[in-house]
Design a protein around this ligand. Structure first.
Ligand SMILES: O=P(O)(O)O[C@H]1O[C@H](CO)[C@@H](O)[C@H]1O
Ligand code: HPA
Length: 294
């Protein structure tokens, strides 16, 4: 199906998945989506098979700085993985089903656990720039206003239309993240909270940030909710990590941020996010069973 057409079918996704499985020897059960400035994680993958998005049939293209636009297959912590070095955002002009479409490809190639990372602004005034938030839930502003990644791409082979998507972020994986973060000495810098996704690409007003905080969000970003919703819908376990790259200005005298600054800050903490994800992957059960919460 041509890129310009409205949607893709199950068979189109199968075509992409067959292409990838023909192109790489890897059969990963673990996938990682790298957020802005966090693509370095894919660079530490060993014995890489790299596939540029432009070479994959019917795949969207990355247009945002800090998102390289390629899939990296290989070994991380002695497990086969697939990393998206470059994610898609709605503000790039993609509908939400397309933003999340790679997750359905992951499902078809056999992925069972997904790590989703992003750069986010801190709304919780107890947070600091550089903190890493384990996402315990999200609020999707696009989702609340009738835009949902499950819309426009219905095929029950990916899950029932009304499948419950409560507990989007796996309890056992969150517990493992807390334990591993402690072992790595990340301690106080690791939080657990709620991410709210806004549309972007512009940052929000002081009034909107205050409203988002009152709604119960600890961090604000422009991604992740669609991929996570689709992953849970098709039965993939998810761990979400938000790196606090800036404090969202909730008073008008505080300075606004910009993408360059966010990339710079992400760089200073990327290795910690990387180590956390790698160590968690190394501790995932080899039989791909879920991580049982205690
Ligand atoms: O969510 P990721 O891809 O990490 O990117 C974050 O950084 C960008 C803002 O500069 C926005 O796209 C926001 O969502
Ligand atoms: O402050 C922010 N707002 C929205 N998205 C973001 N991504 C990083 N920081 C921010």
């Amino acid at each position: 199906m041509a890129e310009s057409e409205e949607t893709l079918t199950y068979e189109d996704i199968q075509h992409i998945s067959d292409f990838l499985l023909k192109t790489t020897k890897y059969r990963p059960k673990v996938a990682v989506i790298c957020g802005s400035g966090l693509g370095g994680l894919a660079d530490v993958v060993q014995e890489q098979d790299v596939i540029d998005y432009r070479d994959i049939p019917n795949f969207p293209q990355s247009t945002v700085q800090g998102h390289r636009g390629r899939l990296v297959f290989g070994h991380l912590a002695e497990k086969s993985v697939i990393c998206m070095q470059g994610r898609f955002h709605q503000y790039e002009g993609y509908p939400l089903w397309k933003v999340a479409m790679p997750v359905r490809v992951f499902k078809m190639i056999g992925v069972e656990t997904l790590f989703v990372t992003n750069a986010a602004g801190g709304l919780n005034r107890n947070y600091n720039i550089g903190d890493i938030m384990i996402v315990k839930d999200h609020i999707s502003m696009p989702g609340m206003t009738t835009d949902n990644p499950l819309k426009g791409f219905y095929d029950e082979r990916f899950g029932k239309p009304s499948s419950p998507v409560t507990e989007l972020y796996d309890r056992g994986l969150r517990e493992l993240a807390r334990r591993v973060a402690g072992d790595l000495g990340l301690g106080e810098a690791v939080r657990e909270g709620v991410l709210v996704q806004v549309g972007g690409p512009s940052f929000d007003t002081v009034s909107v940030f205050n409203m988002l905080r009152r709604l119960g969000a600890d961090c604000v970003g422009m991604s992740s909710a669609p991929e996570v919703t689709v992953a849970r819908h098709c039965g993939i376990r998810v761990l979400g990590l938000s790196l606090v790259t800036d404090m969202a200005p909730m008073e008008s005298d505080l300075p606004p941020t910009n993408h360059q600054e966010i990339l710079q800050t992400a760089k200073t903490r990327a290795v910690d996010v990387q180590n956390l994800v790698c160590e968690m992957i190394s501790q995932l059960p080899n039989n791909n069973d879920s991580v049982q919460p205690s």
